[in-house]
Write a protein of this length. Structure first.
Length: 487
């Protein structure tokens, strides 16, 4: 039994023993999506893998990528060093693509598929922390990015942007975002291609302005060398890689595809949709930092862009962050259901939005935005890197063979109950990866491994390698034990 209450969806089922009805209009943009974490039957599957490109592209032509690209130069890198970091960090989109293949295989979202790794009860804890809590934090960070652009837009109209106005703006942007998340999968698939095209046109103008003023031979006043350079390079890869690694829920957006859909196509379109705009927009941010002060990206970009384009850019920044946040809100809603709360998906999205708005207002009114972005994105890899590694390893071990209906079974007799509802292999592998990553991190604090290495942060590779290796050994051992004849 799944921990979800589907929204009303009359006329889509078939009596037991009868052939399934023809494909229904249940996944239609004009209707609130009825499915939550429940299994998507084959007769409701539709779509093509190339649609995934615009989903991920729209989510990555955004303000946050400009900020992180500019941050790399502010950290002391040359633009070409920054480009190398950007390319390497964005290669993690291949893992996001790999996780996407499990959606059509199971006909279920990531929040349910991970029961195979952690067990029914263990997965509730996983979804509460890795799924729901981190998603809400990312929602808040991106909402803050959209709100800062919207504040500047309001200021252009002559309205004083005081605290009251800020609160109203944040709520309005959140409402637009949550509307997409509430309507769900079909709305996302319909809107994200035109959003991608609109944002591409806007950022093409940004590219012209940046390329016309960028200093390609820029060298920091105090160039980084040796050990210090390596520390910044590794930190930069972690910063950029945290973006794709945050999408351990990528199967949420592929699960409506037919089971027979090419896995290679799913990986390719998902990865390309994140990688291409991720590299281009981040590099634009890095190049912009060679010409203007990117500690205040909006003010800096206005110096090198046509005056008429200012409001257009701000609208594009808002639209881009709305796009990325709608995906985050959608997945956070599914995670809340997977925690075990019996609530309709549409209502769970609204609950997540309320929490994110509260965090956003706190972040905007109390903390420094740029520091918050950098610190949070780097620290979350302590959890997200190992979680991604365990998931990817499970897909490889099972050869992407998931029984979606079996994953719905939460009873003690179900195949994914394991030991007291917890799969020791997944729990121990994730815990081991997180511990190693935490010992190796150098962001809000310096772990002992990072201190011993003089500040080089190896939390990302160390956590992922340890989590993957542990899970491979423990999962294979558990299956061998289960297959062994009893005495």
């Amino acid at each position: 039994m799944a921990s979800t209450i589907p929204d009303p969806q009359p006329g889509t089922g078939a009596p037991r023993g009868e052939a399934p009805p023809p494909r229904t209009a249940s996944d239609r943009a004009s209707r609130v999506e009825a499915h939550g974490i429940d299994h998507i039957p084959e007769h409701e599957r539709h779509g093509r893998p190339r649609q995934l490109f615009s989903v991920w592209a729209a989510a990555n032509v955004n303000y946050l990528n400009l900020v992180t690209g500019g941050a790399l130069v502010l950290m002391g890198l040359t633009p070409w060093q920054a480009l190398a970091v950007i390319v390497v960090g964005n290669l993690f989109w291949l893992l996001t693509g790999l996780l996407s293949v499990s959606g059509p295989a199971a006909g279920a979202p990531s929040e349910v598929i991970t029961r195979a790794m952690y067990g029914v009860r263990g997965n509730r804890v996983n979804n509460a922390i890795v799924g729901w809590l981190i998603s809400v934090c990312y929602f808040a960070l991106n909402l803050a990015a959209a709100a800062t652009a919207a504040f500047a837009l309001v200021d252009m109209t002559g309205i004083t942007v005081n605290t009251g106005v800020k609160v109203v703006v944040v709520i309005v942007v959140a409402a637009l975002t949550l509307t997409i998340g509430v309507y769900g999968h079909a709305m996302i698939m319909k809107l994200y291609l035109p959003i991608t095209l609109t944002l591409t046109a806007a950022f093409a103008v940004v590219a012209v302005g940046v390329l016309g003023h960028a200093d390609f031979s820029y060298v920091p006043a105090q160039p980084l060398t040796g050990h210090e350079l390596w520390a910044v390079l590794v930190a930069g890869v972690t910063l950029i890689g945290s973006g794709p690694l945050s999408y351990t829920t990528s199967a949420d957006f592929s699960r409506y595809l037919p089971r027979t859909t090419s896995a290679k196509a799913i990986v390719g379109w998902t990865a390309l949709g994140g990688f291409l705009p991720g590299v281009v927009v981040c590099f634009l941010g890095a190049l912009a930092a060679t010409a203007v002060d990117m500690t205040d990206p909006q003010a800096g970009l206005r110096q090198i862009l046509p005056g008429w384009f200012g409001p257009v850019l701000l609208l594009a920044l808002v639209l881009g962050t709305v796009a990325i946040n709608a995906l985050t809100a959608y997945s956070a809603g599914l995670a809340l259901q997977a925690v075990g709360i019996r609530i309709r998906r549409s209502r769970s999205v609204l609950a997540d939005g309320t929490a994110a708005v509260a965090l956003t207002l706190y972040g905007l009114l109390v903390s420094d935005f740029l520091d918050t972005v950098s610190n949070v994105l780097q620290l979350t890899v302590v959890l997200l890197g190992p979680a991604m590694a365990v998931y990817a390893t499970d897909i490889a071990l099972r050869r992407n063979r998931y029984d979606g209906r079996a994953l719905m079974d939460e009873t003690r007799d179900g195949p994914f109950w394991y030991t007291a509802g917890v799969n020791p292999a997944g729990a121990l592998a994730l815990a081991g990866g997180v511990v190693v990553a935490a010992l190796s991190v150098d962001t809000l604090y310096a772990g002992p491994v990072a201190r011993a290495l003089g500040g080089i942060d190896l939390s990302l590779p160390a956590g992922m390698v340890v989590a993957s290796a542990l899970y491979a050994v423990l999962a294979r051992g558990a299956r061998a034990g289960a297959a062994a004849p009893s005495a």
